[in-house]
Design a protein around this ligand. Structure first.
Ligand SMILES: O=C(O)C(=O)Cc1ccccc1
Length: 284
């Protein structure tokens, strides 16, 4: 069987690089893979939730810019998806353009995450350009050839794939920029160093989070991340996404999760999984 892996496209994105890295791991276990590009992160997650692909590789969090909200929102909306694996990739951004020099550029396109990861560089070197959000780092690359007044922020690998010149690299504001990706699938994720979950609370009252957090604190279970997202029901009403440094197959963690359920309105447990760091080749 060939495992179909959804990722944000078109080809050359960081999500595709993460999907390649995961495919490589699967090949080592004798599993064939095929990568499938989708135009948005929401569509990649839905493709797996609806069974069009077996897996999705989606960015979750970046060391400079923080969360990727669409991934959290999509995971909450698509029931049954489980986190099979965490992947951490170094991310390095290039300014790609057919312009002769920086002064010729009027507009720069990229994924909002990439624009944010390069904001200090952009302010310093291109303070007057218009910054436009695209669905991915590579979405605008096909337009660069016809227009020397635009630029795109994407990887060196993307510039090579599209045969486009690099005007500046690296332009990310921190050299050790990295992004965590989740591999999502429908298989139950039953063991690993980290457990992720999200919940809503019954009432927006003072201290609504104290009980849920105490469940973990009292057992010495460390949280590696907490993030809130609007429920979209009413202003000020939130969902909470939590990553635990713990394995849900451990009886004490299971007891904590059972107790957590007594404080929550809707509780979704996205499984327990391991996180690995991937070293990319220098031109990525
Ligand atoms: O657009 C891409 O290349 C993505 O995969 C999203 C993204 C953008 C910037 C850093 C990490 C992921």
């Amino acid at each position: 069987m060939t495992s179909l892996i959804a990722h944000l496209g078109p080809t050359g994105t960081n999500a595709e690089a993460a999907a390649f890295a995961y495919a490589h791991l699967l090949h080592q276990q004798g599993i064939q893979t095929q990568l499938c590009a989708y135009p948005s992160i929401a569509q990649t997650v839905r493709a797996t939730a609806q069974g069009q692909t077996h897996l999705t590789v989606a960015p979750v969090e970046n060391s400079i810019e923080g969360s990727v909200p669409i991934t959290l929102d999509s995971l909450w909306q698509c029931d049954r998806l489980q986190i099979q694996q965490g992947l951490v990739l170094p991310i390095s951004h290039a300014l790609i353009s057919t312009a002769k020099e920086l002064a010729d550029i009027q507009t720069v396109y990229s994924h909002p995450q990439a624009l944010a990861q390069c904001q200090e560089w952009l302010e310093q070197h291109l303070p007057h350009v218009q910054l436009l959000a695209a669905n991915s780092t590579t979405e605008a690359l096909k337009h660069l050839e016809e227009n020397p007044h635009i630029g795109a922020i994407a990887s060196q690998r993307a510039a090579e794939l599209y045969g486009m010149p690099i005007l500046a690299h690296p332009i990310n504001d921190r050299p050790d920029n990295c992004t965590r990706f989740w591999v999502l699938g429908l298989q139950p994720s039953t063991g690993g160093s980290h457990t992720s979950l999200a919940f809503s609370v019954r009432a927006n009252v003072p201290g609504a989070l104290v009980g849920p957090l105490q469940v973990f604190a009292s057992r010495g279970i460390n949280l590696s991340r907490i993030e809130s997202r609007p429920t979209k029901r009413s202003l000020g009403d939130y969902l909470f996404f939590i990553d635990l440094e713990a394995d849900a197959s451990h009886p004490e963690v299971q007891t904590a999760l059972d107790e957590l359920a007594t404080y929550t309105e809707i509780l979704k447990i996205f499984g327990s999984y391991n996180i690995i760091s991937i070293d990319l080749p220098p031109s990525s």
